[in-house]
Design a protein around this ligand. Structure first.
Ligand SMILES: Cc1cc2nc3c(=O)[nH]c(=O)nc-3n(C[C@H](O)[C@H](O)[C@H](O)COP(=O)(O)OP(=O)(O)OC[C@H]3O[C@@H](n4cnc5c(N)ncnc54)[C@H](O)[C@@H]3O)c2cc1C
Length: 381
């Protein structure tokens, strides 16, 4: 029994998106991995084809589609086995902040470009000394007449090089309570005082431009405050459920893909006695164990997708799912690599990239330890 009720329109969308991936994305991935960035043109093609921010309302140039379209987009992107064209981050994590908390003028100004791919977004929270503990953030934002002056440094920012628009978290230095000091600001590329630092060279996520951002007396108009001043933490909290669920959906889809490659490999490659690897009991048990975990994860994720789409509060369960599925993907990648043997270590084997890329998933979007801490708190432990 299928938990998610996909319609013919959903299936048609998935087919179109897969064709887009096969023609516009997959042939370019090796180059993007080498370049450590995706050209902006690829974002524009994706937007023009109707595959960015599919939920956005028609009045801003969107399609007003339901959450299952976001799920399909995330899954199909995961199946390309690369992370550079970070459409899920843009469409389903960052731009929703503008949609939910932005003024009408901000929505009119930015949403059409976010949908068409002309505006690539980033969200800048992490700092050199503030990762999990956002209260330790040091970046400041001070009012000066009709302007706000931002100073500070951000690091590990996805789309950091490509971003045309960054949502930047910074504190009011006059407010002592760190939770009430935080606000979110919209900072456009090209604003004086906003510069890029290093383009970070990571062990995985090679095609994604992860970068340092610097703000030095960066002046933005006060109209660029996103939502109410001092409500930064509350806004971030409100969006965590979807952020964690999207990560879990991506991790689950990546794990499913890696297991599929491994089963295919074990069926078509032979041991010294000429038998396919898949006929050895040790390999069978390993594959069965992994498939069982995949099915458990799929049932959990699909149930959460239904609950989230219905507007239920499942923030604890999505935190559990984020840690569980990203751990699943990480452990599965390790076990699959062992079954591939030496070939798994070569760049000719897709698992090499998959192995590297899933490793980071337990660290970003809230570390898995932090996810467990949230669940423990809500369990009253
Ligand atoms: C590829 C990549 C892309 C990223 N993209 C972005 C982005 O676009 N925007 C952005 O703002 N940030 C981004 N980040 C940063 C990411 O959000 C942080 O890495 C994450 O918040 C964790 O912070 P940290 O790495 O500084 O670890 P720390 O917070 O320093 O944690 C170090 C260790 O301590 C543990 N720990 C910390 N606090 C607790 C606690 N309360 N309970 C239990 N254990 C704890 C952690 O689990 C971890 O094991 C990205 C990171 C990566 C790697």
């Amino acid at each position: 029994m299928e938990i998610l009720k996909y319609t013919d329109e959903h299936h048609e969308f998935r087919k179109r998106l897969r064709t887009f991936m096969e023609t516009e994305v997959i042939p370019n991935i090796d180059q993007w991995e080498t370049d450590h960035i995706v050209p902006k043109e690829a974002w524009r093609k994706m937007g023009r084809a109707g595959f960015l921010c599919t939920w956005a309302s028609k009045e801003y140039g969107g399609q007003g589609l339901d959450f299952l379209y976001s799920v399909i987009s995330t899954e199909e992107m995961a199946k390309t086995n690369h992370t550079g064209l970070a459409a899920m981050l843009h469409s389903d994590i960052i731009v929703p902040y503008i949609n939910s908390f932005g003024s009408e003028a901000q929505k009119k100004k930015y949403l059409p470009g976010c949908i068409s791919g002309d505006i690539i977004t980033a969200v800048a929270m992490t700092e050199p000394d503030a990762g999990s503990d956002l209260a330790g953030m040091r970046s400041t934002a001070e009012m000066d007449g009709d302007e706000i002056i931002i100073n500070g440094a951000k690091t590990f920012i996805s789309n950091g090089i490509n971003a045309d628009l960054a949502i930047v978290a910074a504190k009011n230095p006059l407010e002592e309570n760190p939770y009430q000091a935080l606000s979110l600001y919209l900072v456009e590329d090209g604003t004086p005082g906003f510069t890029r630092g290093r383009h970070l060279d990571k062990m995985g996520f090679h095609s994604q431009d992860t970068a340092e951002l610097f703000f030095s007396n960066c002046r933005i108009p006060k109209e660029n405050i996103l939502g109410q001043p001092g409500m930064g933490f509350i806004m971030l909290m409100q969006k965590l459920q979807q952020e964690r669920l999207m990560c879990a959906i991506g991790a689950q889809a990546a794990a499913e893909l890696m297991l599929k490659w491994t089963i295919d490999y074990c069926k078509t490659h032979h041991d010294a006695a000429g038998k396919p690897f898949s006929k050895s009991q040790a390999t069978q048990f390993a594959l069965v164990e992994m498939m069982t975990e995949i099915k458990v994860g799929r049932a959990f994720i699909d149930k959460l997708i239904c609950e989230h789409a219905a507007g239920e509060n499942v923030v604890v369960e999505t935190s559990m799912a984020k840690y569980w599925t990203t751990d699943l993907a990480k452990n599965l990648a390790r076990r699959c690599l062992d079954l591939f043997g030496d070939f798994g270590l070569t760049e000719d084997c897709p698992l090499a990239r998959g192995f590297r890329d899933v490793r980071v998933m337990s660290i970003f979007a809230g570390t898995n330890e932090v996810m467990k801490g949230i669940a423990a708190k809500f369990m009253g432990l």
